[in-house]
Design a binder for this molecule. Structure first.
Ligand code: GLN
Length: 337
């Protein structure tokens, strides 16, 4: 698409959150009102994930000034899984820019499951977007670095900068997924056959499996999200991680694809860019305001945390975060009469 916007002056629309105490109380309420829900099931296609405690539930909101609100198990660590896709995309976009990554990986929703093979075939080998496995593998392959070790170091450092602390790999999760990820290997081979991966496909799968095995908490996710909400500057460390343009592009891709084939429902209910992972993490970004991180391992059939979605839907409403919501300009003088 030629949007014909090169060189125009940009402005940014933001707002503010309600006061500190109100946000604090509502973060706690988002957990309390959804705690009893037992809908959904813990992922088990990666064997070690089946051992997760389904009762764990944590919510964290980090404001763009670094202010932090926590409730429940917000410090419990779990593997980041697909949520890593958002940040690896941002790092790759920082390197290659808006147009190049859109062209190489794509931005449109597949309407199909995150690990769909038929989506690749239906689109003549195009991986479609960086939030499904095909597009994530193509994106990870683009990470700068002469060899996989260098690429891995850049991924680990990059995601750590988003979190504001050194993130470490969960060896057990990595080994469990590496032993069973035949489907991802098939997807990488298929992409290779279409000329969409220019590195060794199995090395790319290995790198991707490692990025999915990095340990985070709901609190980490909220800080990582707040960095995307804050034009690319980590509000806790003050470090610039990526450019504001990269944040804007990342959030657009999350809005369209972050919850896979449920992305439309998510946008309809929550009205914010978000990204889910199969270990039960959920990341949501309120641009210019805050990052929200939740953790609850029971998933809906598309692989999205059930209670995470409920808690975020509540917060979106009570904190006034939905980007599609507006109010009529009330005063008549504003209408020129
Ligand atoms: N590592 C997982 C996979 O590739 C991530 C999937 C997810 O979180 N949706 O299958």
């Amino acid at each position: 698409m030629d949007s014909n916007v090169e060189g125009i002056e940009q402005s940014v629309s933001t707002g503010t959150l309600p006061g500190w105490e109100q946000v604090d109380a509502r973060v706690i309420a988002s957990l309390e009102r959804n705690r009893a829900c037992t809908d959904g099931a813990v992922a088990d296609y990666i064997p070690v994930l089946a051992q997760a405690d389904p009762e764990l539930f944590g919510v964290c909101v980090v404001e763009v000034d670094g202010g932090l609100h926590v409730a429940g198990d917000s410090e419990v660590e779990f593997s980041i899984q697909s949520i890593s896709k958002a940040f690896v995309y941002a790092l790759v976009c920082e390197e290659y820019g808006h147009a190049a990554v859109a062209d190489m990986v794509g931005v449109n929703n597949t309407g199909l499951a995150f690990n769909s093979v038929i989506a690749i075939e239906l689109n003549e080998g195009h991986p479609m977007n960086p939030m499904v496995n095909a597009g994530a593998l193509a994106t990870t392959a683009l990470m700068p670095g002469a060899a996989p070790d260098e690429q891995w170091a850049a991924i680990q450092a990059g995601l750590s900068a988003f979190a504001g602390r050194d993130l470490v790999l969960d060896e057990e999760v990595y080994q469990s997924e590496a032993a069973t990820n035949t489907r991802n290997r098939a997807i990488a081979r298929l992409l290779e056959s279409y000329g969409r991966i220019n590195r060794d496909p199995l090395e790319v799968v290995d790198l991707y499996t490692k990025q999915c095995s990095l340990l985070v908490s709901a609190r980490d996710l909220a800080i990582m999200g707040a960095t995307l909400a804050d034009g690319g500057v980590n509000p806790v460390t003050g470090e610039r991680v990526v450019s504001a343009d990269v944040c804007r592009d990342t959030l657009a891709i999350l809005a369209a694809n972050g919850l896979y084939e449920r992305s439309g429902e998510w946008l309809f209910e929550i009205g914010l860019p978000g990204k889910s992972g199969v270990s039960g993490g959920l990341l949501t970004i309120s641009p210019g305001k805050a990052g929200i991180g939740t953790f609850s391992p029971r998933l809906d059939p598309a692989g999205n945390s059930v209670r995470g979605q409920q808690a975020t839907a509540y917060l979106s409403r009570v904190l006034g975060l939905n980007i599609f919501a507006s109010q009529a300009v009330a005063s008549s003088q504003n209408r020129g009469s």
